[in-house]
Design a protein. Structure first.
Length: 288
């Protein structure tokens, strides 16, 4: 299969699929690590920053600074949004069940559709509006359950992460003629700098020597490049639909390895969200 011979739809879908599949073990590796939140954020910023920066320098050579300048204002806002959702994701995972965080992230496609209609004039059709209402209702249901369990903070930051992903996809769609990977690298640098001032101990001990670098390269560096490029070929909402794979597989890995089981309310609300988005995606693909 020659990538150049694929249609834009196939290119974008393939990049998004591979990127999200690399992300699915991320939540498990976060749970298995013993490093504190800010230390985790620092390494998830600095290791991918170094790895991808090295790759970009090899790719662009002397033109790297020019490529960085070329991203313009969209690239700057992408960097900020990218950094914010990286930070809120870790805070969410540390303050609620993995399933809750990933279900909140599953709202990203619907949020992308809303942002796309506002900023890109890609007006959602009737079925998308219905899907938005249903997923919003299920989200409120999960929030109500989390409020009783004391997980509200984690769920809230999960929702902020979903909004950040939607912003990323919308900006990348808007600036599809530009390479925003340098912006994402800059976003990782912002994460590392921000976390640096709160880290109490930079030492990696025990299994963290393996888990943290593995997570930062396999589950962070590689996926964020692929997911950043994908919206150049397909819409932001379509890219974020692939995050359903993480919503489904992420909690499965965590449940199998460390037996963290979500509440009945989370399972019910999450099932409604996933089924709604899955049906919406099927109808959209069938229409094309």
């Amino acid at each position: 299969m020659n990538f150049k011979n694929l249609s834009n739809q196939q290119k974008g879908s393939l990049l998004a699929f591979i990127g999200v599949m690399f992300i699915t073990p991320d939540s498990l590796l976060i749970r298995l690590s013993n490093i504190e939140t800010w230390g985790m954020l620092f390494y998830r910023g600095v290791i991918p920053f170094i790895c991808v920066l090295f790759g970009l320098l090899l790719f662009y050579k002397k033109n790297f600074i020019r490529a960085l300048k070329k991203v313009g204002y969209p690239g700057f806002f992408y960097s900020i949004s990218f950094a914010v959702c990286n930070i809120t994701f870790i805070i969410s995972i540390q303050n609620t069940n993995v399933a809750n965080t990933l279900i909140m992230i599953a709202l990203a496609p619907m949020l992308s559709a809303i942002l796309g209609s506002i900023f890109l004039k890609e007006i959602p059709d009737r079925k998308t509006f219905i899907a938005i209402l249903i997923t919003f209702g299920a989200c409120v249901y999960i929030f109500y359950d989390s409020l009783n369990l004391g997980n509200f903070l984690g769920d809230f930051f999960g929702l902020v992460t979903a909004l950040g992903l939607a912003c990323n996809a919308t900006i990348a769609r808007y600036a599809k003629d530009r390479d925003l990977v340098p912006s994402a690298v800059l976003g990782k640098l912002f994460v590392a700098i921000f976390a640096f001032f709160f880290v109490k101990n930079f030492e990696l001990i025990g299994n963290d020597i393996i888990f943290v670098p593995l997570m930062c390269i396999m589950c962070v560096a590689i996926p964020f490049v692929l997911v950043t490029i994908a919206p150049r070929f397909i819409t932001g909402a379509e890219v974020n639909l692939f995050f359903l794979l993480e919503t489904i597989l992420g909690p499965v890995w965590v449940w199998i390895v460390i037996k963290e089981q979500p509440s009945i309310e989370t399972i019910l609300g999450g099932s409604i969200i996933i089924m709604t988005i899955a049906v919406h995606s099927f109808l959209a693909i069938k229409k094309t």
